[in-house]
Design a binder for this molecule. Structure first.
Ligand code: HEM
Length: 498
C-alpha cells in the first residue's frame, strides 16, 4: 500500500511540475522591487538550493552567503527568509500580529490538520480562547503544581522499566521509551487518564501517532499542492489515507468524551476535556467551541507535545553520551543536590542549574522545529526597505538563528556552561527561540522544560549508558520533528537501586 502511495506521489509531482511550468509562464510576477534576493534560475527560482540536503541547512547556507533577510521564490511562490537574531526580533515584535496565522489549507473533515484544528486556525477568537484556556487552566503554575503527582508516578514507572532492561542487559532506543513516557503524562494531564494497556487503547494510540508522523510529509505536500491536486482529481487518494487515521483518533476520543460526559455529575475535579465540554454546552460561553474542535485539539496536543519533548531528550542524551566530561559534571550536580537515596523530582529542577543549562543547550543545537513557517497576512514593509506582499510565506530559520556565529561562541559545540552566566541580553535581539516566540509561540514552554528535565535527570542519576561507538549526530526529518538519522541503541547499566 505504502509503495503504491509513493509511486502515486511521484506521478502527481510530475503532473504538478507540468502544471507549474504552465502557470509560471503565464502568471509569474516579477519580484525585483521586493527585498534582496540571491540569483535565481528561470522558472524554478531558488528550488535548486533544496534539491539535496536538509531544508534548514540549505536555508542556512543561503543566508550565510546572501544575508539575514532575503526574498526567495520557488516557482512563483514567494518566501521571506529570516535567519538572524536581530531580524527574528524585528519579525516577532513589530510584525508579530501580521505573522500569527499559518494559513495551512486544511484537509476537509479530518481531525488531523483539518478545518477544526487549532494550530492551523487563523489568529482570531478561537485561537485566543484556547490560548487563554491553556494559560489559565492546564498550564498555569497552580495547575502544573496540581498535576505534579501524575508526572512523579510516570517518572517512577519509566525508571522501573529502565531498571528492568538493565537487569536483563537489554538495549533500548531512548527516543521511543521517552515517547511513551511523555505521551502518558500528556494524556493524564489533559484527559485525566492514560490510555489502557489491557483493552488495546495504548497500542491503538501509539499506532495512530506513528501513522500520523509517517503521514505528516504527505499532509504538507497535500496542503501545499492542494489546488492543482484537486484540479487533477487526485485529492481522493490522499484523503483516504488521512481519513483512515482521522477515524481512528475519532473513535478513541469519542470514547473518552463519552466517559467525561457520564462522570461530570459526580466529579468536581475538572480536567481540560471537562472544561472544553463545558464550553461546548454553555450557550453563553465566550467562544462556542464544537465537538470536532475539541477532538482536533487533543490530536494536536498528543502529537505536538509528545514528539518535541521525546526528540529533545534523545538528542540531549546523545550529546551527553558523546561528551563524558559534561555527563560527569551533570551527575555530580545531581548527586550533590538530590543524593543517591531517592529519585529526582521536578521540584529539584530549580536547584539544578547545570541540568537546566544542559536542556537549554540540547534545544539550542537540536530544535525539534528548526523552521517556523508562517504567513504575512497583509502586505508590509520590514525595516523601511523590505517590501512584503500580502499572503507571502515566512520562514524563520530557528536552526540558523541559534547557530549564528555572531551571537554564539563556538556555535556548533555542545557547551551547556554558556547558559550559566546570566549575561544581560542586548536589546532588539532574539537569539534563543526553540519554542518560537510571539502570539503563536509554544504555550507549553514550562511543561516542555519539565518533561525533558526530569527524563534526563533520571537517566543520568540512575544509569550509566554503555555504547560501543560515538553516537552519530546526523539529522533527518522523520515525523514532525528534526530527528536522529541513526538513533542509538543504548543499554542502561544500573548505578542506583531506589
Ligand atoms: C521540548 C518541548 C517542546 C518544544 C521544543 C516545542 C516547540 C514548539 C514550537 C516551536 C511551536 C511553534 C511553532 C510555530 O511557531 O509555528 C510550538 C507550538 C505549540 N506547542 Fe509546543 N513545544 C514543546 C512542547 C509542547 C507540549 C508538551 C505541548 C502540550 C502540552 C505543546 C503544545 C503546543 C501547541 C498547542 C502549539 C501551538 C500554538 C499555537 O498555534 O498558537 N508543546 N511548540
Amino acid at each position: 500500500m505504502i509503495v503504491d502511495f509513493q509511486n502515486c506521489s511521484i506521478f502527481i509531482l510530475l503532473c504538478f511540475f507540468t502544471f507549474l511550468c504552465y502557470s509560471v509562464f503565464f502568471f509569474f510576477k516579477k519580484t525585483n522591487d521586493l527585498g534582496p534576493s540571491p540569483p535565481s534560475l528561470p522558472i524554478i527560482g531558488h528550488l535548486h538550493h533544496f534539491l539535496s540536503g536538509l531544508p534548514h541547512k540549505a536555508f542556512q547556507k543561503i543566508s550565510t552567503k546572501y544575508g539575514p533577510l532575503l526574498h526567495l521564490h520557488i516557482f512563483s511562490f514567494p518566501i521571506v527568509l529570516v535567519s538572524s537574531p536581530t531580524m527574528a526580533h524585528e519579525i516577532f515584535t513589530t510584525h508579530d500580529l501580521n505573522i500569527s496565522s499559518r494559513n495551512t489549507p486544511a484537509i476537509d473533515e479530518s481531525l488531523l490538520f483539518g478545518p477544526s484544528g487549532f494550530t492551523v486556525a487563523p489568529y482570531g477568537d478561537y485561537v485566543k480562547f484556547i490560548k487563554k484556556l491553556l494559560a489559565t487552566k492546564l498550564l498555569r503554575p497552580l495547575a502544573i503544581e496540581k498535576s505534579r503527582g501524575v508526572r512523579a508516578e510516570e517518572l517512577k514507572q519509566f525508571y522501573l522499566k529502565l531498571q528492568d532492561k538493565a537487569l536483563k542487559k537489554e538495549s533500548i532506543e531512548i527516543g521511543k521509551e521517552t515517547m511513551k513516557f511523555t505521551n502518558n503524562m500528556i494524556c493524564r494531564m489533559s484527559i485525566g487518564r492514560s490510555f489502557s494497556e489491557e483493552n488495546g487503547e495504548v497500542e491503538t494510540l501509539r499506532e495512530l501517532i506513528i501513522k500520523s508522523f509517517a503521514l505528516s510529509k504527505q499532509i504538507l505536500f497535500v496542503n501545499v499542492l492542494r489546488r492543482p491536486l484537486e484540479m487533477l482529481g487526485l485529492m481522493s487518494l490522499f484523503k483516504k489515507y488521512i481519513m483512515d487515521v482521522s477515524r481512528g483518533f475519532d473513535e478513541l476520543l469519542e470514547r473518552v468524551l463519552a466517559e467525561h460526559e457520564e462522570k461530570r455529575e459526580e466529579d468536581q475535579d475538572m480536567d481540560m476535556m471537562d472544561l472544553l465540554l463545558e464550553a461546548c454546552r454553555d450557550e453563553n460561553a465566550e467562544y462556542k467551541i464544537t465537538r470536532n474542535q475539541i477532538k482536533s485539539l487533543f490530536v494536536e496536543i498528543f502529537l505536538g507535545g509528545t514528539d518535541t519533548s521525546a526528540h529533545t531528550t534523545q538528542w540531549t542524551m546523545a550529546e551527553l553520551v558523546n561528551n563524558p566530561n559534561i555527563l560527569g559534571r551533570l551527575r555530580d550536580e545531581i548527586d550533590l543536590v538530590v543524593g543517591k537515596e531517592r529519585l529526582i523530582q521536578e521540584t529539584d529542577l530549580p536547584n539544578l542549574p547545570y541540568l537546566q543549562a544542559v536542556v537549554k543547550e540540547g534545544l539550542r543545537l537540536h530544535p525539534p522545529a528548526p523552521l517556523l513557517v508562517r504567513m504575512f497576512d497583509k502586505k508590509c514593509v520590514i525595516k523601511d526597505f523590505f517590501k512584503v506582499p500580502e499572503k507571502t510565506t515566512l520562514v524563520v530559520n530557528v536552526y540558523g538563528v541559534m547557530r549564528d556565529p555572531d551571537s554564539w561562541e563556538d556555535p556548533n559545540e555542545f557547551k551547556p556552561e554558556r547558559f550559566l552566566t546570566s549575561k544581560q541580553e542586548e536589546d532588539k535581539v532574539l537569539k534563543y527561540l526553540p519554542f518560537a516566540a510571539g502570539r503563536r509561540g509554544c504555550p507549553a514552554t514550562n511543561v516542555g522544560y519539565i518533561f525533558v528535565g526530569i527524563s534526563i535527570g533520571m537517566m543520568v542519576q540512575c544509569f550509566d549508558w554503555s555504547i560501543k561507538e560515538k553516537v552519530s549526530m546526523e539529522e533527518v526529518y522523520a515525523g514532525m520533528s528534526l530527528s536522529m538519522a541513526h538513533p542509538p541503541k543504548c543499554t542502561p547499566v544500573s548505578r542506583l537501586s531506589l
